[in-house]
Design a protein. Structure first.
Length: 95
């Protein structure tokens, strides 16, 4: 009889890791930077867009919402999905 493996192994990727976040976004965003500071996750895409994910809770939902916002608002400079039911965006000023 085999012993079940622990799901908290140090070799398992954290659900908030860069790889997990990229997977949750549904596509790879080249050149993005993932940061975790004081329990808050943020991404900066190669385009310069900042995505504020907030805490680790409901990360797949937040990633899906952010991906959809990027599709419909490609000029967004900041997307705050820390509360996915109340997304806040800011866009670049028109020139």
């Amino acid at each position: 009889m085999t012993t079940p493996r622990s799901t908290t192994s140090s070799t398992s990727p954290a659900p908030w890791s860069k790889k997990a976040i990229t997977f949750s976004m549904g596509r790879a965003y080249p050149g993005h930077d993932v940061r975790l500071v004081d329990g808050e996750i943020s991404l900066t895409l190669a385009s310069g867009t900042h995505i504020l994910m907030g805490s680790r809770s409901r990360l797949p939902l937040k990633a899906a919402v952010a991906a959809r916002i990027l599709e419909v608002t490609p000029t967004a400079r900041t997307i705050d999905v820390s509360v996915p039911e109340r997304v806040v965006t800011s866009e670049t000023a028109s020139e």
